[in-house]
Each structure stands twice: as structure tokens, then as C-alpha cells.
Design a protein around this ligand. Structure first.
Ligand SMILES: *Cc1c(COP(=O)(O)O)cnc(C)c1O
Length: 371
């Protein structure tokens, strides 16, 4: 008997998450200078870390011999003030990925199912599968979530509905009215709804869903957010869920006691106050989105209109984007292939600084022009 057979069949069937290629790895493989490599592959903040977060990390580093606050009181208090929700409604995670895993642990098991959309964030099928539950994929509408199709696929044994808004890797955004109507529909089922708002900070205020207000109306709603994207703290791993206290209580039962480390807690608390950094992040993103999409238009490429800090561009209509991805790598530009999302013609490009976007466009133009 092989050791692999000791593991449940649903664990053995997992196709591992494929992260973006690190700069150091590409430098090693291609013999390139790290400083010359542009990584637009993981939706990271090109401005780096907020100065306030950096200072908080330095101050906290004296305390590293001590366990972190397992309740995350300071960060939860800051979030509670900023978001207008109770402390008992907030669950902190080691990245919001950790929160998604907690939802799966708390609500899914063999014999249950979860519904997600085609082209939706890859962690949803992964977390569902790791819990031994059945994943039900609803078809997409114009690359976005088709909420009616998702509702139609909820069954008696469905316990989780995963919604990304905006979605990664498509960048598609649901209208608030349609989303609210869908939440009302899901409230009549025996499933919790995860509304994953990892990119909410990139939306103009007028386009943001009043998702936290909807918690009063929909007890089965779980809103997830992260410090990895607009807050620039992807390397530290902090995210959170906001939900009803009784749901938070369930998530806390499956949460590791010290799941968020002390540097992450301190940095996130400080970053939350750094509105200047957040505003600058949005300005840079808006300008970079214009720069990239105008460049795509000049190259005659289609893209999916995105509300996030990334954009999926159709570099190989009717074909396979992988050779173009590889050619970009050889020239020191790392983007993300999305064939595993059922989008083989597309590459996902994260919005970078102006010179990074420019390099990406120039190299892409060279590659496409030279064929
Ligand atoms: C990046 C991302 C996350 C999670 O990121 P963490 O770093 O784990 O907080 C969650 N959902 C979506 C849709 C994402 O793109």
C-alpha cells in the first residue's frame, strides 16, 4: 500500500493552488538580474508597505519572544470602529484565505456541497474539496458570476455559496441590486454565503455594496476582506471576516489559537489608519488600469473590464496564451496564466507602477509583433 492511500480520496484529488512565480525564482532560472524583473502576477500593491505599517512592525519586533494576542483585540477594535460593527462580529485570519478555510471547516463535510461560479477564485473549489464536500460549478455570464444560475444549483445539502466581488481573475463586479436580490434568495436556503471583497478598496465609493449593512438583513452572510491587496501586506498574511456573532463563534472554533502573528496584527492596525497610503494606492491603480487598457487597445487586444487591481487580457484569441506567458518570462515580465480558470486565451496582469506597466506593454508588443 502506498502512503498516499492513507489519505482520504478527496485530499488526494486536490490540484494544488498555483501561485505566481517569485522574482528570485525567475532570476535563477533565466539568469536575469532581479532588479530588472517586473512581477505583475499576484495582485500585490506596487507601492509596497505603508510607512505607518512599517513603523509599527519595527516597534513590535522587540516583542517577538511573546505569543501574539490570540484574540487580536487591538486590530479588531480598530476594525470595529472603522466598519461600525461589533467586536464579536469580526474573525481574523492568516490572510483571508485562512478565513475561507475556516468557513469550509465550519460548514462543509463529506455529504455536503458548495456552489461557486465558473472562472471564480481558485481557493473556493480547493477549500470545498479539502473539506470532502462536493463542489458545484455554476456557468458564468460574460465571465462574471451568474447569480440566478448559482441560486438554481443550491441543493438541500448545500452549505456554502462562494461569491467573489470583484472576482479574481476576471475583475467582474456584480451590481448592488442584483447582489442584494440574490442574497435574499440565498437566505431562503440552508447555505451560508461568503461575499469575498478582497478588492473592495479599489472601488469608487459609489460602487461599493453596502455589504456590512446587509448583515442585519441576512444572518447567513459572511463578508471577507484582506490586508494583502490595497493595504500592501500580502507577505504578513492578515484578513478578516465580518458576520453575525453566532457565525463568528463557529469560525472561531476551527481557528488556530494564534493564527495571526504579532507583526501582522501591529502592521494591519497601523495600515488601517493610513488613509493617505490607501488613497495613493487607488490613484496609482486607476491610472495604471487606464495605461494598461489603452496599451492593450493599441495592440488590438480585448480585455475584460476589471474593478480590481489586475486585468485579464485576451492575448491569444482562439489559441493558447502559454507561449506568450513563457516569452514574457524570458524577457523578465511575470504575469499570470489563467488556463486553470478555464481562460486559456487570457493572461492576468496586475496593475503596477507606470514604468512596470510600460515595460509589460512594450515587451508584449514585441512578442505579438514578432510573430
Ligand atoms: C487575493 C485574494 C484573496 C486572499 O488573499 P489573502 O492574501 O489570503 O488575504 C481572497 N479572495 C480573492 C478573490 C483574492 O483575489
Amino acid at each position: 500500500m502506498s502512503l498516499a492511500e492513507l489519505s482520504p480520496h478527496y485530499i488526494r484529488a486536490i490540484a494544488p493552488y498555483q501561485p505566481g512565480k517569485p522574482i528570485s525564482e525567475l532570476a535563477r532560472e533565466m539568469g536575469l538580474d532581479e532588479a530588472a524583473i517586473v512581477k505583475l502576477a499576484s495582485n500585490e500593491n506596487p507601492l509596497g508597505v505603508s510607512p505607518k505599517a512599517r513603523a509599527a512592525i519595527a516597534a513590535e519586533s522587540d516583542e517577538l519572544a511573546l505569543y501574539p494576542d490570540g484574540n487580536g483585540f487591538a486590530l479588531k477594535s480598530a476594525l470595529s470602529r472603522k466598519l461600525g460593527v461589533g467586536l464579536e462580529q469580526i474573525v481574523l485570519g492568516n490572510g483571508s484565505n485562512d478565513v475561507l478555510e475556516m468557513v469550509a471547516r465550519a460548514f462543509l463535510a463529506p455529504g455536503t456541497s458548495a456552489v461557486y461560479a465558473r472562472h471564480a477564485f481558485a481557493v473556493y473549489p480547493l477549500a470545498t474539496q479539502a473539506a470532502g464536500a462536493i463542489g458545484i460549478e455554476a456557468p458564468a455570464r460574460d465571465f462574471g458570476h451568474d447569480l440566478e444560475a448559482m441560486r438554481a444549483r443550491v441543493q438541500r445539502h448545500t452549505r456554502v455559496v462562494w461569491i467573489a466581488n470583484p472576482n479574481n481573475p476576471t475583475g467582474t463586479l456584480l451590481g448592488n441590486e442584483a447582489l442584494h436580490a440574490a442574497l435574499a434568495g440565498f437566505a431562503a436556503t440552508s447555505a451560508v454565503v461568503v461575499l469575498d471583497e478582497a478588492y473592495v478598496e479599489y472601488l469608487d465609493a459609489g460602487r461599493r455594496a453596502p455589504s456590512l449593512e446587509w448583515l442585519r438583513e441576512f444572518p447567513n452572510l459572511i463578508v471577507c476582506r484582506t490586508f494583502s491587496k490595497a493595504y500592501g501586506l500580502a507577505g504578513l498574511r492578515v484578513g478578516y471576516a465580518v458576520c453575525r456573532p453566532e457565525v463568528a463563534d463557529l469560525l472561531n472554533r476551527v481557528r488556530q489559537p494564534f493564527n495571526v502573528n504579532s507583526l501582522a496584527l501591529a502592521a494591519a492596525t497601523a495600515a488601517l489608519d493610513d488613509t493617505e497610503f490607501l488613497d495613493q494606492t487607488k490613484r496609482v491603480n486607476d491610472a495604471g488600469m487606464r495605461q494598461l487598457t489603452e496599451g492593450f487597445a493599441r495592440l488590438g487586444l480585448d480585455w475584460i473590464t476589471s474593478a480590481g487591481n489586475f486585468v485579464a487580457v485576451r492575448v491569444a484569441p482562439g489559441g493558447d496564451a502559454m507561449p506568450i506567458f513563457q516569452a514574457l518570462l524570458r524577457r523578465g515580465v511575470i504575469v499570470r496564466p489563467v488556463g486553470n480558470y478555464g481562460m486559456p486565451e487570457y493572461l492576468r496582469v496586475s496593475i503596477g507602477l507606470p514604468e512596470q506597466n510600460e515595460k509589460c506593454l512594450t515587451v508584449l508588443g514585441d512578442i505579438l509583433g514578432g510573430r
